[in-house]
Ligand binder design. Structure first.
Ligand code: NAD
Length: 416
């Protein structure tokens, strides 16, 4: 998220623009502009040297008309209230476009995890959980990991929350370790969803499977698993990259071998039988599918004209700027927006939460099959509406999401 733009103002502008398109009741628009609840907590934590440091944490709950709040927690030095507000609103749209029975929330603590020991992180996490305890819970608000938070942090939250509630509550967070009632399939879910939506678009464009080429920016969790499934389905991965640069082989790359190389050398670059390329070159390759799965704002008005991919499936959050969106739409590039393409993670979080509530656990194949059904159905809704209204897929996704949330608020009414 660039610091010059206020992310919350950006999120509100997006909402206002879509509200105009759907002639949203101005009263409902005012409700949706503001989060339902914003918590700011100051967290005194004992550091390893014996001193006490006070961290500031947030939990913003944007809307829960469609179900309990849902959204990650990030640990980052630049976390601000406005950033968390924007991310909370985007979560409301993401869960709504996927038709999950959830609303949207986000949390964050301004801290630098790279400079903290594991035990400092544990004390911070437990203190934060304690501070927001009344406002989270399996039927209230279910956090998950985000930037710099992980399974271990979720495990500490489960433990702290369960101790305070005096009962075991695995459903208070998702993306937990398997040993603590996490779900099979959660690790690969986002990359899988990214590729499922790309595959559905490939079908719509009548491109035959053996002609599909794929370039992936970012070979982390999302990028690797997107590559893994693309390779399994017979698509040719011609390029992948990480922060150090990219590699290109028109004959195709085997993702598991590239991963081995990355584990050994800490990067994908200098992979045998491939040419090193820059991230800029990767984005501009003539491929069927481009998957930006690294950072935000990599496709801008500066390079949109040079993008040759037919389909862009947004693994990362916010990789395409609004100016680039316009250029790509006019060129006929199909952009599968982040709130749909990378929603495999939150959808599997939903499946994990369901398993926690019913205390019955599915196999990896069962989870991925349920995920696939949901991804395909959400994709169909968005694709159909984009054709009907002659708008890009991002606008269509927002129309669906905002209409669903507005309808839920309207049906519930205002009380008292
Ligand atoms: P990750 O840290 O596992 O991987 C990120 C990858 O991007 C790494 O290979 C890194 O080297 C590379 N990278 C970093 N900076 C880069 C740069 N400037 N140019 C090229 N590559 C660069 O992260 P992840 O979990 O795979 O997440 C990737 C993106 O997907 C993020 O935007 C994240 O918000 C989004 N996302 C992730 C999930 C999820 O479930 N993991 C869900 C939704 C969205």
């Amino acid at each position: 998220m660039t610091q010059e733009i206020n992310p919350y103002e950006m999120a509100v502008t997006q909402l206002v623009n879509v509200a105009k398109l759907i002639e949203l009741d101005p009263n409902l628009l005012e409700v949706l502009k503001k989060p339902k609840r914003e918590l700011i907590v100051h967290l005194p934590v004992r550091m390893d040297d014996g001193s006490i440091k006070v961290f500031t944490g947030y939990r913003v709950q944007h809307n829960d008309a469609r179900g309990p709040f849902k959204g990650g927690i990030r640990y980052h030095p630049n976390v601000t209230l406005d950033e968390v507000r924007a991310l909370a609103m985007w979560m409301t749209w993401k869960t709504a476009v996927m038709n999950l029975p959830y609303g949207g929330a986000k949390g964050g603590v301004a801290c630098d995890p790279e400079k903290m020991s594991l035990s400092e992180l544990e004390r911070l996490t437990r203190r934060y959980t304690c501070a927001i305890r009344e406002f989270i819970g399996p039927y209230i608000d279910i956090p998950a990991p985000d930037v710099n938070t992980n399974e271990q942090i979720m495990a500490w939250i489960v433990d702290t929350y369960s101790m305070m509630q005096r009962r075991n509550e695995p459903g208070v967070v998702t993306a937990k370790p398997i040993e603590l009632q996490g779900s099979y399939g959660r690790t690969e879910a986002t990359g899988f969803g990214v590729m499922v939506t790309a595959r559905e678009t490939i079908k719509k464009l009548n491109i035959s499977k053996d002609k599909v080429t794929v370039a992936i920016q970012g070979f982390g969790n999302v990028g690797y698993w997107a590559a893994y499934f693309a390779h399994q389905w017979g698509y040719k991965i011609v390029a992948v990259s990480d922060s150090k640069g990219g590699i290109y082989n028109p004959e195709g790359l085997d993702p598991s071998k590239v991963l081995e190389h990355k584990k050994k050398t800490r990067s994908v670059i200098n992979y045998p039988n491939a040419k090193n390329i820059s991230n800029k070159e990767l984005l501009e390759l003539d491929v069927t599918v481009l998957v930006p799965a690294a950072i935000e704002e990599v496709i801008t008005e500066k390079n949109a004209d040079n993008i040759k991919a037919k389909i862009i499936s947004e693994g990362a959050n916010g990789p395409t700027t609004p100016e680039a969106d316009k250029i790509l739409y006019e060129k006929g590039t199909l952009v599968i927006p982040d709130i749909l393409a990378n929603a495999g993670g939150v959808t599997t979080s939903y499946l994990e939460w369901v398993q926690n509530l019913i205390r019955y656990y599915w196999t990896r194949d069962e989870v991925l099959s349920k995920l696939e059904t949901r991804m395909v159905s959400a994709f169909e809704d968005v694709y159909r509406l984009s054709k009907e209204r002659e708008v890009d897929m991002r606008t269509a996704a927002y129309i669906i999401a905002i209409s669903r949330v507005a309808k839920a608020i309207e049906l519930r009414g205002f009380w008292p």
